[in-house]
Design a protein around this ligand. Structure first.
Ligand SMILES: C[S@@+](CC[C@H](N)C(=O)[O-])C[C@H]1O[C@@H](n2cnc3c(N)ncnc32)[C@H](O)[C@@H]1O
Length: 321
């Protein structure tokens, strides 16, 4: 299957509509910070014949597949192997002082989930890898086999919002004494056995939260996002727009918190007028987080947990960001 066949971009029409006013400007530059299989990027390039696109991904396999898919637009694209918090350096290297639009479609791609040997999917037995960039230093197995019970419990609780984090962590530490962890089926089974019988019947697959937590830790996902969003806001031209699509509440909270300071003036509330240069520099384009329609989720179950927030830069770069 090629990239276009195996992937349905999430909330495509809404994402395009949110970025459209910025992408329609002459000479517009858009960054796809999470290129993946290039689904959203392809729509930008097709619908805005003058737009130039910079596509980032930390996964070299995604860059190859997206490169094939976007080949018809080769003259208008630059694809870069980078973690998205490296955006300022990438833009500097390309001599791009400001951008008109940026999309973050967070998390793993359908390709990464489908390729069993990368170890992202808890439903298939595979090596416990979970690195988005296969040259990264730490795999999920390394974490399971070396972290202390306290550290394992912390990541399961914080990144997986797992109520039974301590029980699972203790069991991991006990079982790795017999034999180190290598494969996902053993971990799924361990999680199932570690949680009380009653809890197994609710909340989906019992190992889902543990796998999410490990993936976030392996790839340092939340720290990278916390650094990347202010950098992206700082790179936006006047009337440039940012769209962030999250798949769990931790990502969505970080996004909300990254946008919040820009929507308020940075002077004390009791000041009668806001001095020039201190007005808010961001306008929110979504009310809270927008969700996909039921129709979309019916066709594309991977859209089910998506939440979109978007904002526009309404003041020139200055003292802020
Ligand atoms: C959900 S997919 C994007 C799908 C894409 N919008 C499409 O339509 O095909 C997320 C992609 O972002 C990449 N990614 C995740 N975190 C990243 C990071 N911190 N830096 C760069 N790429 C990242 C993943 O490797 C994956 O390919």
């Amino acid at each position: 299957m090629d990239a276009a066949e195996r992937h349905v971009p999430v909330m495509l029409e809404r994402v395009v509509a949110l970025l459209a006013p910025a992408l329609a400007r002459p000479g517009a530059v858009v960054v796809d910070a999470t290129l993946g299989l290039g689904g959203h990027s392809e729509a930008f390039l097709r619908q805005f014949p003058e737009v130039r696109l910079i596509g980032l991904d930390r996964d070299p396999a995604a860059l190859r597949l997206a490169g094939d898919r976007l080949a018809p637009y080769a003259e208008r694209i630059t694809l870069v192997h980078a973690v998205y918090d490296e955006l300022p350096r990438v833009l500097e290297d390309l001599d791009v002082p400001a951008i008109d639009g940026i999309l973050f479609d967070l998390g793993v791609s359908s390709m990464q989930l489908d390729e069993a040997d990368r170890g992202f999917a808890y439903a298939q037995d595979a090596p416990l890898d979970m690195r988005m960039d296969p040259t990264g230093p730490t795999t999920a197995a390394d974490i399971l086999n070396t972290y202390s019970a306290a550290d394992l419990a912390r990541i399961l609780f914080q990144y997986g919002e797992e109520k039974f984090a301590r029980r699972i962590a203790d069991r991991i530490v006990r079982e790795r004494e017999t034999e180190p962890f290598t494969n996902s089926a053993r971990l799924s089974e361990l999680v199932r056995n570690a949680i009380p019988q009653a809890a197994r019947r609710t909340g989906g697959h019992p190992a889902k939260r543990t796998f999410q937590a490990l993936r976030i830790e392996v790839n340092g996902e939340l720290d990278v996002l916390r650094r990347a969003l202010p950098a992206a806001l700082g790179s936006l031209a006047l009337h440039g727009r940012i769209v962030v699509m999250s798949y769990h509440s931790l990502e969505d909270r970080i996004t909300k918190q990254a946008f919040a300071p820009g929507t308020k003036s940075d002077v004390p509330d009791d000041l009668p007028v806001i001095p020039a240069g201190h007005e808010p520099y961001l306008k929110l384009l979504t009310r809270g987080a927008e969700r996909p329609t039921e129709e979309e989720v019916a066709v594309n179950p991977r859209a089910a947990s998506a939440r979109v927030r978007a904002a526009e830069r309404i003041r020139e770069k200055g003292l802020v960001a």
